[in-house]
Design a protein around this ligand. Structure first.
Ligand SMILES: Cc1cc2nc3c(=O)[nH]c(=O)nc-3n(C[C@H](O)[C@H](O)[C@H](O)COP(=O)(O)O)c2cc1C
Length: 308
């Protein structure tokens, strides 16, 4: 493990180290206007939401370390107290990247990038019509970060006064589908990621037993990963072996353990494991339990492990 102190790094290396670890970050594609109405569109990945009543988001337009130049976006928001933020989907990435070049203030990046202006309802700056998710924002607070030691950062807290969300991203039950949004994240250096590799981890609605309560033969498994063990540890009480597990229909048939596991049939693998009668083969039992866990069948995973 390397321990690195911020003051031992050049500005550039510190910036990249920070951004590599605080990753992936969403991208705020910010439309702002100066007092004369000159349009500006620029991306910011120092971007996050912080509250929902009222909805507050923040962006971090820095004073450029090389030139000492303040970003037009920052100056515009301070001057007019308004902007819009459009989230960036995969289809928008490269045109978004075009707008991050240092164009002179008078250049309208909508023209350069080919994006379309959609009229806002509460603020003057438009939002990006191609984005599936945009917010109209008003300045809540600007915080300058450590100018006393030459710091170049700013946090601009913004209150969201209207959302614009594409009809196409709503599911039949009115939720926003992350796969349809297809937003991208900014990582360290010039890396980006897509948000298509989605999995669920529901927050426990009860006090879980925790890792420390797992029986030793489970906790020290050579097969089960930390994620597997944590999902077993979600349960509210330590399960007991239920004598009726497992149950097989009279015509139940299974192939070899390896085939059953490869075909994602943990019950079939368990059937063969029980037929073989080698109760000392803990490793196979743990592979079976692991497959139950991957399928979200935590009860079955516990009951399999309790056969041990
Ligand atoms: C994906 C992406 C994220 C960026 N995030 C930030 C950021 O959080 N803060 C920042 O100061 N610059 C960021 N930049 C650089 C600005 O977009 C760039 O300096 C831009 O020219 C600023 O435009 P403006 O002066 O018109 O506001 C980012 C660039 C890209 C491509």
């Amino acid at each position: 493990m390397r321990t690195i102190l911020p003051d031992d790094l050049s500005h550039r290396d510190r910036h990249q180290l920070l951004l590599s670890g605080v990753s992936p970050r969403p991208i705020a594609f910010v439309t702002s206007m100066d007092a004369q109405g000159t349009m500006n569109l620029s991306p910011f990945s120092f971007f996050m939401s912080f509250a929902s009543k009222p909805p507050i988001v923040a962006i971090g337009p820095a004073i450029a370390a090389k030139t000492g130049r303040a970003k037009d976006t920052w100056l515009n928001i301070l001057a007019t107290r308004e902007c819009t933020i459009s989230c960036v989907s995969y289809d928008m990435v490269h045109a978004m990247n075009l707008t991050s070049a240092e164009f002179p203030s008078e250049v309208d990046e909508y023209t350069v990038s080919g994006f379309t202006k959609a009229p806002s309802s509460m603020v003057a700056p438009p939002y990006v019509a191609e984005s599936p998710y945009s917010m109209e924002c008003r300045l809540f607070e600007n915080i300058e970060l450590r100018r006393d030691i030459g710091g170049n950062g700013n946090i601009v807290l913004l209150e969201v006064v209207a959302f614009h969300v594409a009809d196409s991203v709503f599911t039949a039950d009115g939720k926003v589908d992350p796969r349809s949004l297809d937003l991208v994240g900014r990582m360290g250096y010039s890396h980006y990621c897509r948000t298509r590799d989605i999995f669920d981890a529901t927050q426990p609605g009860h006090l879980p037993i925790g890792m420390d309560a797992l029986p030793d033969h489970i906790r020290t498994s050579q097969i089960l990963t930390g994620n597997d063990l944590a999902q077993l540890a979600y349960v509210p009480v330590l399960p007991m072996y239920d004598g009726s597990f497992p149950q097989f229909a009279s015509d139940f048939a299974a192939d070899s353990i390896d085939v059953e596991l490869a075909c994602e049939r943990p019950l079939g693998a368990l059937y063969v494991w029980l037929q073989r009668g080698d109760r000392k083969d803990h490793a196979t039992l743990h592979r079976i339990a692991q497959l139950f866990i991957q399928q979200g069948k935590i009860d079955e995973a516990w009951q399999s492990l309790l056969l041990d």
